[in-house]
Design a protein around this ligand. Structure first.
Ligand SMILES: *Cc1c(COP(=O)(O)O)cnc(C)c1O
Length: 408
C-alpha cells in the first residue's frame, strides 16, 4: 500500500507539477471532476475581459477583421489538431458536440448512398444516440441500431454506412482500440466516426494514424475551455477533397458569405462544416486554455494519468461495498475511475461536502476524473482516504445527501 509520504515524493519529481499554478482552484477542494467541467485557467478571465472590453467594447465591428474573429474557428481548430493527431486543415471549432455529430453523421450518410444503418453503442453518452436517431429519421431507409462495441463485427454488414463510438466511455472510463476498430469498420465499407469528448486532453489521440473518417469532441472537459465552450469537429482530408456536404448549410460555410448570394455554394475544405457566427466569448476562453495545452507534453500527461488512476484504484479497491468498474489494463483505460457502490449518489454527495468533488452516473457509478495538469499524487491519496472515511463512518446515510439536483 502506497503511503502519503510516497505520494509527496512523487509530487516532488512530477514533471507536470509546474502546471498547477496555471489553474485557479478553491482552497480545500480536491477536484476530481475535470472530466465533466475542467478547472479555470488563471489566464482565462483576463483574456475574456480583453475580448469583451477591448475587441468588442472599443473596436466594435472592426474586430471581425482586425482581431481575427472571422478566422477564429480555424485557428482554434489548428491549435487542437496536435492534441488529436489531426492535420490542421482537418479541424474546426464550432457549435456543440451534438450539433457537430449531426453534421458529420449526415455527411457520412451522404458518402455511403445505398447504405442506411448507423451503428452506435447502446451504453454511449445518450446525446450521441439521440442525434443518430434524429439524423437517420430524416433519411429515407436509414435506421440507427444500438449494439455493444464487443459485438461490432457481427453487425458490420453491407448496409452499415457509419459507426459512431466513444473513444473513452463516459461512465466506465474504458478506452477502445481506435486503430483496430477503425480498420474493421472501414474493411466492411463503412465510415468511422469517433467521439473523443473523454479522450482529448486525457491521452494522446491519433485520429490521423488510425485513419478515422470523422471525429467530434468537446472542449469544456479535459481541455478546460469553460462551461459550454465550443466543440470541434474533424474530417479526414480525403473526404474534404471529395466534398461531402452537411445539411446545416449556413452562411459561415458558404464560399462567399459576404456576397449574400441566394444559393448555397459550400466553402472548399473544412470550412463547409461551419454553420453560424462563432460564439467568440466562449472561443476566447478556449484560446486561453489552449495556451496552457500548447506547453504540455501529452506523453507526460498520459504517464501521469495512468499513475494517478492506478494509485486511486489501488487505494479504493478493497473498500466495503466498492467495485472497480474501470478496466485495469492501461491500454483499455482513459483518465477516470468509476467505482460501483449501491449508495453511490449519497456517498458522492458526502464526499463533495468534505471538499472532494467527483460525480455520479445512474444507477450506481461514482465517477472520478484525473487531470494530470492540476492534480497531485497527494491529493489523490487524500481523496481515497476521505472516501474510506465516508464509507466507514456511514455519514453518507444522512438524509441531506440523498436529495438530488438537476445535474448529478
Ligand atoms: C460531454 C459529451 C457530450 C456533450 O455534448 P454537448 O452537445 O456539447 O452538450 C457529447 N457526447 C459525449 C460522449 C460527451 O462525453
Amino acid at each position: 500500500m502506497t503511503t502519503r509520504e510516497e505520494c509527496a515524493a512523487l509530487d516532488a519529481v512530477d514533471p507536470l507539477a509546474e502546471f498547477r499554478e496555471e489553474f485557479t482552484l478553491p482552497d480545500g477542494v480536491i477536484y476530481l471532476d475535470g472530466n465533466s467541467l475542467g478547472a479555470l485557467p488563471v489566464r482565462t478571465p483576463e483574456r475574456v475581459r480583453r475580448v469583451i472590453e477591448e475587441e468588442w467594447g472599443r473596436e466594435l465591428i472592426r474586430s471581425w477583421n482586425d482581431a481575427g474573429w472571422f478566422e477564429q474557428p480555424y485557428r482554434l481548430g489548428r491549435r487542437i489538431a496536435p492534441l488529436v493527431g489531426a492535420s490542421p486543415a482537418e479541424m474546426v471549432v464550432c457549435d456543440t458536440t451534438s450539433v457537430n455529430l449531426f453534421k458529420v453523421l449526415s455527411a457520412a450518410l451522404r458518402l455511403r448512398p445505398g447504405r442506411g444503418t448507423v451503428l452506435g453503442d447502446a451504453e454511449a453518452f445518450p446525446t450521441d444516440l439521440y442525434i443518430a436517431e434524429g439524423v437517420t429519421g430524416l433519411a429515407e431507409g436509414a435506421r440507427s441500431v444500438l449494439i455493444r462495441p464487443e459485438e461490432l463485427d457481427r453487425h458490420l454488414d453491407g448496409d452499415v454506412a457509419a459507426v459512431v463510438l466513444s473513444h473513452v466511455d463516459y461512465r466506465t472510463g474504458e478506452l477502445l482500440d481506435m486503430p483496430g476498430i477503425t480498420a474493421r469498420v472501414q474493411a466492411a465499407g463503412a465510415l468511422m466516426i469517433w467521439d473523443v469528448c473523454h479522450s482529448v486532453g486525457a491521452l494522446p489521440v491519433g485520429l490521423g494514424a488510425a485513419g478515422a473518417d470523422f471525429a467530434i469532441g468537446c472542449t469544456y472537459k479535459y481541455l478546460n475551455g469553460g462551461p459550454g465552450s465550443p466543440a470541434f469537429l474533424y474530417v479526414a482530408e480525403r473526404h474534404l477533397a471529395a466534398g461531402p456536404l452537411q445539411p446545416l448549410s449556413g452562411w459561415f460555410g458558404h464560399a462567399r458569405p459576404f456576397a449574400f448570394e441566394p444559393g448555397y455554394d459550400p466553402k472548399p475544405g473544412i470550412g463547409r462544416f461551419l454553420t453560424s457566427s462563432p460564439s467568440l466569448l466562449g472561443q476566447a476562453a478556449l484560446g486561453a486554455s489552449l495556451d496552457v495545452w500548447e506547453r504540455a507534453d501529452l506523453a507526460a500527461v498520459r504517464a501521469k494519468s495512468l499513475a494517478l488512476t492506478d494509485l486511486f484504484v489501488s487505494l479504493t479497491e478493497g473498500l466495503d461495498g466498492v467495485e472497480v468498474v474501470t478496466p485495469r489494463e492501461h491500454a483499455r483505460r482513459g483518465s477516470q475511475v468509476a467505482l460501483r457502490h449501491a449508495a453511490g449518489y449519497p456517498v458522492v454527495q458526502a464526499l463533495i461536502e468534505r471538499g472532494v468533488i467527483g460525480d455520479f452516473r445512474a444507477p450506481d457509478l461514482m465517477r472520478f476524473g484525473f487531470t494530470p495538469l492540476y492534480l497531485s499524487y497527494t491529493e489523490v491519496w487524500d481523496a481515497a482516504r476521505q472516501l474510506a472515511e465516508v464509507l466507514e463512518s456511514g455519514e453518507w446515510r444522512a438524509e441531506r445527501f440523498s436529495r438530488r439536483g438537476e445535474v448529478t
